[in-house]
Design a protein. Sequence first.
Length: 227
Amino acid sequence: MSETMKRTPEPELMDAPEQARAYADADFNNPNQLFVDLVLPLLDSNGGGRLIDLGCGPADICIRLARRLPRWQIVGLDAGANMLSLAAEAVRRENLDGQIELMLARLPAEAPQGRFDAITSNSLLHHLPDPATLWRSIVRLAAPGCVIQVMDLHRPASHDAAMAIVDQHAADAPDVLRQDFYNSLLAAYTGEEVEAQIEASALRGLTLVRPTDIHWLVHGKIEGGHA
């Protein structure tokens, strides 16, 4: 079915204290665990490596990955100071300070130097004014044969459909979280739009799937190296 609703961008950075706290306290167990379960088969759990999570938020995915990949070093990057403060609290509670490094930075200029063996990102793309920012950053950060996994919301066909999704998945959530979820659905890209973005990038070897009725997910090992 063709999309009928145009995308409505939302702010790149949504880091007011109440927004950050509501997001950190929200129950994202199902999508976050699904994300981890889908990327783990692509990673060497017995060996080591460097992984960066772009737009790490409160670091829940970083922590889940660190538990399963004890020999990997993980960098969580986010542009929200309040969000990273909550992430730091969570990392300390899990005693993962030595494995997870948190970095306050905004793509693309402030991304760390060096190459990574794996790059993950969940629910960042729809916040970026230019989606190419994410894909170009991945190209720059990826080591040859790097594992890539990016997941985000899929824009529904109408405003009514977006509100129905909020009512279904966040019925009991605080108002600030329900509003952010609705805005994110309106700002999201469709799977078809994402496929076009990847085709325009230098990334090859990635596959797009729809793991849930409201998400798309791109993952795979990139072909060759990048300059």
